[in-house]
Design a protein around this ligand. Structure first.
Ligand SMILES: Nc1ncnc2c1ncn2[C@@H]1O[C@H](COP(=O)(O)OP(=O)(O)O)[C@@H](O)[C@H]1O
Ligand SMILES: [Mg+2]
Length: 379
């Protein structure tokens, strides 16, 4: 009998690989939706739950020996700009998922995974920053000298991975270089019995009746402040899921695909006729929502109650990302100076969240503008 590995991906809590967090097996199933990740491969975990694997192949710009950056020319084709933002997309989606979970919203759980080669790299506290480069963060005190000083990795999630040859092959198949180590991937909890919001709306002859149905579901109201806060320019109808019960009735709404928030400050889809610069969901439910709606207020309250410290923790990426950088620096795929990019993305996310968080009344103002006050409200 051939020795077939039962699992394709095992996630351990720590470097020592003692406690298993979860195990996954590659299935023959793929998603069947439109979009860049519409054909994502489905993995099943040890409880039988499905997850989808979104792979990001353009993290590194091999010609420039850089992390593919954000210098996106508006004139570029949308495909081009997608390619240049893969690291940002991964971290945006991870952070939005962590935040959504923390705020008890319907945003699927996300885990960053990659090749075992990256995960196996051991970053010791005393590991010097390789190649003799000094990355100067603070010119006055000369900058950090060890990996730990630079990445502060004791503050980072330290899980490690074990993968099968099949999983490595799957990653390699997504890489221009046929090299699994160049890929970062997101494992996203698949929401069972769900369809995209646009697909759901299409099942109705009468759009108003469909909208009415969505307005009956509490989740939509809870998600509104989150979406307005994150200001994601890509929250169209394809990026919400409607979860159905056995009778095919809509029971829950989920927000997905938070890859683009924090990339621009105010790039709402202003020109869209239905959304008029709001998320698609806001556009649908605003006639029956207002700022004093309990469900809306609940989320606002949760956002307001987040401590600054929590915001910081949520934007610190797992240690796996530091290993990804260190590995590709040793392989001379990227310059050592590129380390700073990881910090920049994290700082950008943290700043965006701290500055736009409703510590001030900014979020409430935006909400009032977008969903309004009760009709009989008198200040
Ligand atoms: N967590 C999920 N549960 C169920 N289906 C999902 C989930 N995430 C994505 N999908 C499906 O896969 C499609 C593509 O995923 P998405 O995250 O929107 O990537 P992109 O739009 O960048 O291709 C979605 O439109 C949806 O149909
Ligand atoms: Mg999408």
């Amino acid at each position: 009998m051939s020795k077939k590995k039962k699992w394709d991906l095992v996630i351990f809590e720590t470097q020592e690989k003692k406690a298993v967090i979860n195990r996954f097996r590659i299935t023959k199933k793929t998603m069947t939706a439109a979009g860049q990740h519409g054909k994502a491969i489905i993995l099943v975990d040890k409880q039988g739950k499905d997850w989808l694997l979104k792979t990001f192949s353009k993290i590194i710009d091999f010609e420039e020996e850089k992390i593919s950056d954000l210098e996106v020319d508006i004139q570029d084709s949308p495909e081009e700009s997608r390619h240049r933002m893969h690291l940002w997309r991964v971290l945006n989606e991870l952070t939005a998922s962590r935040l959504g979970q923390r705020l008890k919203l319907n945003v699927p759980n996300v885990i960053v995974v990659c090749s075992q080669t990256i995960s196996d790299l051991v970053l010791k506290k005393s590991s010097p920053l390789t190649l003799g480069d000094v990355v100067i963060l603070d010119e006055e005190d000369g900058g950090p000298e060890t990996a730990n000083e630079f990445y502060d990795f004791s503050k980072r999630e330290g899980y490690t991975l074990e993968t099968s040859a099949n999983f490595e092959q799957l990653l390699a198949s997504r890489s221009d270089k046929n090299d699994p180590s160049t890929i970062l991937a997101l494992l996203t909890e698949k929401i069972p019995n769900s369809i995209n919001l646009d697909e759901f709306l299409d099942t109705y002859k009468d759009l108003d009746a469909a909208f009415e149905h969505i307005r009956q579901i509490d989740d939509g109201y809870s998600l509104l402040p989150f979406d307005i806060w994150l200001n994601d320019p890509d929250i169209n109808a394809g990026n919400y899921l409607v979860q159905l019960n056995d009778k095919k009735e809509a029971t829950h709404i989920w927000g997905i695909d938070y890859e683009m928030w924090a990339l621009g400050s105010d790039i709402w889809m202003e020109e869209d006729e239905i959304t008029k610069g709001r998320s698609y969901l806001t556009a649908i439910i605003h006639p029956t929502a207002n700022i004093f709606d309990e469900r809306v207020l609940h989320t606002i309250h949760r956002i307001r109650s987040l401590e600054d410290q929590e915001v910081t923790e949520i934007t610190v990426s797992p240690r796996l990302l530091c290993k990804f950088f260190e590995y590709h620096i040793t392989q001379k795929h990227i310059d050592a100076e590129e380390r700073i990019v990881l910090k920049q993305v994290e700082t950008n996310l943290e700043d965006f969240l701290s500055e736009s968080r409703p510590r001030s009344d900014k979020l409430s103002d935006v909400l009032i503008r977008q969903v309004g006050l009760p009709k009989d409200y008198k200040p």
